[in-house]
Design a binder for this molecule. Structure first.
Ligand code: HEM
Length: 440
C-alpha cells in the first residue's frame, strides 16, 4: 500500500448526474433517437439493447445473412459480423482489420473531430502492433496466475463480507449492493486508489462507456469536463506513485514500466480510463446477470448446490450468457472477402459478441443457461486474438469466488421487483436488479 495521505483531498470532482440520468434526459428531449430505423438490420439504436429486442434481430441475421452491411444508419455504414467463426476470422487478421484510434477505433461510434485532435480514446485497446504490443506488455504482469493467487484471499474476504451483510427478507437492488460494491472495491485495490474516494471510479467508468452520450455537443462537453476531473485526480496519483518505490498496484506498475517513457500524459490517462472501464462495467454487469439468470433458470443453480465442482464451468457459461461487452469494432485496411462478401478498404466492421455468443451453430439452445454446457468456454465474450481481454483471469476469479460463496452461504436471490437494463450499444448491462433473499 502507498502512503495513505489523501492525495485527492481538496480536488473538486462531481458525482452527478450519472451517465444514465443524462442519457434518459437526452432521450426525452430527442425522442427520434428511440425509433428503430428503416434499415432492417441496423442495431445501433441503444434502446434495442435495453429491451433485449436486439436478440431477435441478431437471430434473424445469423439465419439469413451472418455477414451483412447496414447502410445509411445514424452510425453511418457498417458491417454486422454475427457468428463465432467470422468474429474469430476477423480478429485473427489484425493487420487487415485494424483497431487503431486514428484508423477508426474500437467502437461503432466514430470519434468526434475534437476527441481525435486531443488524442482522447487513444488507448492500447485502440492501437495496432507494434504500439499495442508494447503497451499491453506494461499491464499484463498485473494479471498473471501468480497475481491472481495473491489477490484471492482478499477478494474472497470482501465477497463474504458483502454477502453476509445483505438484507434478508426484504427487497434490495443486487446491482448496487453486490455488483457495484464488489467491483468498485476490487478496482480500488487494483489501483491502490484512495479508499474513501472509490465511488468516483464507477461514476467515471459509466461516463466513458455510454456511447450514446456523445450524441450531442452538450453531452460531449459534459463528458469531456468529467474526464478532465478524472484526469486531475489521476495526475495527483501519478505524481504520488512516481515519487514512491515501485509497488504491485496497476498504477505503479504502469508508471515504473519500461514502456512509460513512450507514453505522453494524455495516453497515460487514456490507458487508466481503459483499465477503469475494463475492470468495472464488465465484471459488474456479469454479477448482476448472474442473479437474473439464476432466478430465470433455478434448476441450474440447484445443479451447483448439488455439485460445486461445476462452478468454474458455470462462470464461463454465465459470461457467455450475459456477454457484458456487446461489440468491438475494426476498420478494414484493404479489400477483403469474408464469407462471400467484399469488405472494402476503409469499411467499418462490427464484431457483435452479443450475437456470436448465441450462435446456434456452436451452442445448443443458446438462449438457455446451462451451467454444465460442455463447450461454454467457446464463447467470445473476451474477444479473440491479440486484443483478447487482458483482465480475463481477474474477472473469472472474481466471478468464481462470488458463485462459490453464494452457494456456500446459501445466498439465493429471487427477483421480486424490476430488472432494468442499460440502453447502451457497447456495454450490455443493468441499472437495477431487485431481489429478495429468504430470511436467515
Ligand atoms: C467479464 C468480464 C470482462 C469481459 C467480458 C471483458 C471483455 C473484453 C473484450 C471483449 C475486450 C476486447 C477484446 C478484443 O478486441 O478482442 C477486452 C479487452 C480488454 N479488457 Fe476486458 N473484459 C472483462 C474484464 C476485464 C477486467 C477485469 C479488466 C481489467 C481490470 C479488463 C481490461 C481489459 C483491457 C485493458 C483490454 C484491452 C486489451 C488489449 O487491447 O490488448 N477487462 N475485454
Amino acid at each position: 500500500m502507498n502512503d495513505q495521505t489523501d492525495v485527492l483531498a481538496g480536488i473538486e470532482y462531481r458525482m452527478s448526474p450519472t451517465a444514465q440520468e443524462a442519457l434518459d434526459q437526452f432521450l426525452n428531449v430527442h425522442p427520434d433517437m428511440q425509433a428503430v430505423h428503416d434499415q432492417p438490420w441496423d442495431v445501433s439504436d441503444p434502446k434495442l439493447f435495453g429491451n433485449e429486442k436486439v436478440h431477435a434481430i441478431f437471430r434473424e441475421m445469423r439465419a439469413k445473412a451472418p455477414v451483412n452491411k447496414a447502410t445509411g444508419t445514424p452510425q453511418g455504414d457498417y458491417w454486422n459480423i454475427t457468428t463465432v467463426k467470422n468474429i474469430q476470422h476477423v480478429e485473427a487478421l489484425p493487420k487487415i482489420f485494424a483497431s487503431a484510434f486514428e484508423k477508426g477505433g474500437m467502437v461503432i461510434q466514430d470519434s468526434t473531430p475534437q476527441a481525435k485532435a486531443e488524442g482522447r480514446g487513444k488507448t492500447f485497446i485502440a492501437m495496432d502492433a507494434p504500439d499495442h504490443t508494447l503497451r499491453r506488455r506494461a499491464v499484463a504482469p498485473a494479471f498473471t496466475p501468480a497475481e491472481m493467487v495473491r489477490l484471492t484471499d482478499l477478494v474472497r474476504s470482501r465477497t463474504v463480507e458483502v454477502l453476509e451483510n445483505l438484507p434478508r427478507g426484504e427487497q434490495f437492488n443486487w446491482h448496487k449492493l453486490v455488483s457495484v460494491d464488489l467491483t468498485t472495491k476490487m478496482l480500488a485495490t487494483l489501483f491502490d486508489f484512495p479508499w474513501e474516494h472509490r465511488d468516483a471510479l464507477p461514476f467515471w467508468s459509466d461516463w466513458q462507456s455510454d456511447l450514446a452520450l456523445g450524441a450531442t455537443p452538450e453531452l460531449e462537453k459534459l463528458r469531456h469536463d468529467i474526464m478532465i476531473e478524472m484526469g486531475t485526480c489521476m495526475y495527483k496519483l501519478w505524481e504520488q506513485r512516481l515519487n514512491a518505490p515501485p509497488a504491485p498496484d496497476l498504477l505503479s506498475r504502469l508508471i515504473h514500466s519500461e514502456e512509460m517513457p513512450e507514453m505522453d500524459m494524455m495516453e497515460f490517462m487514456a490507458n487508466m480510463s481503459l483499465l477503469i472501464v475494463g475492470g468495472n462495467d464488465t465484471t459488474r454487469n456479469t454479477m448482476s446477470g448472474i442473479a437474473d439468470a439464476f432466478d430465470r433458470f433455478p434448476q441450474e443453480r440447484a445443479k451447483l448446490d448439488a455439485d460445486p465442482s461445476l462452478i468454474p464451468n458455470a462462470v464461463q457459461e454465465c459470461i457467455r450468457f450475459v456477454t457484458p461487452v456487446a461489440h468491438m469494432r475494426r476498420t478494414a485496411q484493404e479489400d477483403y472477402e469474408l464469407d462471400g462478401h467484399l469488405i472494402k478498404k476503409g469499411d467499418k466492421v462490427i464484431l457483435w459478441y452479443k450475437s456470436a455468443n448465441r450462435d446456434e451453430s456452436v451452442f445448443d439452445e443458446p438462449d438457455v443457461l446451462k451451467v454444465d454446457r460442455e463447450n461454454a468456454r467457446r464463447h467470445v465474450a473476451f474477444g479473440y486474438g491479440v486484443h483478447r481481454c487482458v483482465g480475463a483471469r481477474l474477472a473469472e476469479m472474481q466471478l468464481r469466488i462470488l458463485i462459490e460463496e453464494m452457494i456456500r452461504l446459501g445466498v439465493r436471490p429471487r427477483v421480486t421487483g424490476k430488472v432494468e437494463r442499460l440502453n447502451n450499444v457497447f456495454i450490455n448491462g443493468f441499472s437495477n436488479v431487485e431481489v429478495t433473499l429468504d430470511p436467515a
